[in-house]
Design a protein around this ligand. Structure first.
Ligand code: CP3
Length: 373
């Protein structure tokens, strides 16, 4: 069902092969429910994890954030590893996701990144012109983003095979939107101004980004990430024709580069009900489904892939019986078919009650243990 069979060890020799001395397979958890489902295989139980599962809704995360900024946590492998493990230990999820941020690769490219309290990310020298694109520095993921790769190695060691580790990057469109706008955006005016008005500059920028992001993800896989997710969070702002012309080739280049490395890849976006077939065409063994489309209707649009989703993140604020009804509705629509990873349609928000997050893990496991999924 996924695009290809996944192997625990990338087929070598070649640039993707690990040094033979590296004991990569000792805790590879190849049969973990998350990896089985991502490959479209029966998993025994429906795996569940949450986007933004390490974050401010958890007291343990807030305790670390009292003493360190977000960028400090990302820059220090020991802290990043500790935070990555928090939801595995306190929530009981079936996968860990590396603690990092999709904007980190913009720093070695030459952008000045800051997270301001309450206002989110700020990039102080946004990319607007051909000269800005030409001035982007070459990036060597192994050295320039070595702290992230070191966090991957540490997490793998500390997980000791409990659950698989997901690496991730932002997709070229979503990362470009931050780089061009200089931060979060509502209407993506500068992004679309460049796309429509200076397509050669746009394609030069997305070409550079897709190379850096693919190198970075390949580095994460070599460091031990057992799956990867590409976050194209804001791509739902595009009309299908624009997606095809301005985004699809660049996103596809990343999936094509990584496919030989043999780990399952997830392609995620929000507001994507107009784009699912095109996202599938761009690539990904697993397609993310947000909550604006029923899971079964979304899956029917990408029938040869696994799917991940699709509970509304704000459903976690509902009283437990209502939350349970919604969890069971998603599971009923998956109908025991192999290849469903339970998740939210987007990330957990900071005010979310942590006991409801834990309850969802229990609900999914209880309802599906011993089943055919
Ligand atoms: O637990 C995990 O999911 C792993 C960690 C993770 C973070 N960011 C840490 C983070 C992941 C996977 C991301 C991805 C990310 N970052 C995305 C794509 C996912 C999505 O939600 O769409 C995007 C768009 C970003 C950019 C970003 N980072 C924004 C817009 C913000 C500010 C908004 C906010 O929630 O405050 C961030 C900050 C950020 N990245 C936080 C975390 C835990 C919260 C900040 C904090 O602790 O101060």
């Amino acid at each position: 069902m996924p695009q290809q069979t996944t192997q625990a060890v990338p087929p070598g020799p070649g640039p993707s092969a690990l040094p033979v001395s590296e004991p990569r397979d000792t805790n590879s958890v190849t049969d973990a429910p998350f990896l089985r489902a991502a490959r479209g295989e029966p998993a025994g139980v429906t795996p569940v994890w949450f986007m933004r599962q390490a974050g401010r809704y958890m007291a343990e995360y807030r305790a670390i954030r009292e003493h360190h900024t977000l960028l400090e946590i990302c820059a220090r492998p020991q802290l990043a590893a500790e935070v990555t493990l928090q939801p595995v230990e306190h929530i009981g999820v079936d996968a860990a996701i590396l603690f990092a941020d999709i904007l980190l690769p913009l720093v070695p490219l030459g952008l000045s990144l800051e997270f301001t309290a309450g206002e989110g990310p700020a990039l102080h020298n946004p990319i607007r012109t051909a000269a800005d694109v030409a001035a982007l520095r070459p990036v060597d993921a192994e050295t320039d983003l070595g702290h992230v790769l070191e966090a991957v190695r540490l997490v793998r060691r500390e997980l000791a095979g409990r659950v698989p580790l997901i690496g991730f990057a932002g997709a070229p469109f979503t990362v470009a939107s931050y780089a061009i706008e200089g931060g979060s955006s509502r209407h993506f005016v500068e992004t679309k101004r460049m796309m429509y008005g200076a397509p050669e500059v746009w394609h030069a920028l997305l070409g550079k980004l897709s190379t850096v992001l693919a190198d970075y993800l390949a580095g994460q896989i070599r460091a031990g990430a057992q799956a990867v997710q590409l976050f194209d969070s804001w791509v739902g702002t595009l009309a299908p024709d624009d997606y095809r012309a301005y985004v699809l080739p660049h996103t596809r280049a990343i999936f094509d580069r990584l496919r030989p490395l043999g780990v399952p890849m997830t392609h995620f976006g929000v507001g994507t009900s107009g784009l699912l077939e095109l996202q599938r065409e761009a690539g990904g063994d697993v397609i993310g489904l947000d909550w604006t489309i029923p899971l079964d209707a979304g899956w029917a649009r990408v029938p040869d892939r696994a799917v991940q989703g699709n509970l509304d993140p704000i459903a976690l604020f509902a009283p437990l019986p209502e939350l349970k009804r919604r969890v069971h509705d998603v599971l009923a629509r998956a109908a025991g078919r192999p290849g469903h990873i339970f998740n939210l349609g987007h990330g957990i928000v900071p005010e979310t009650p942590v006991d409801h997050v834990r309850a969802v893990v229990e609900m999914v496991h209880e309802a599906t243990a011993g089943g055919t999924t």
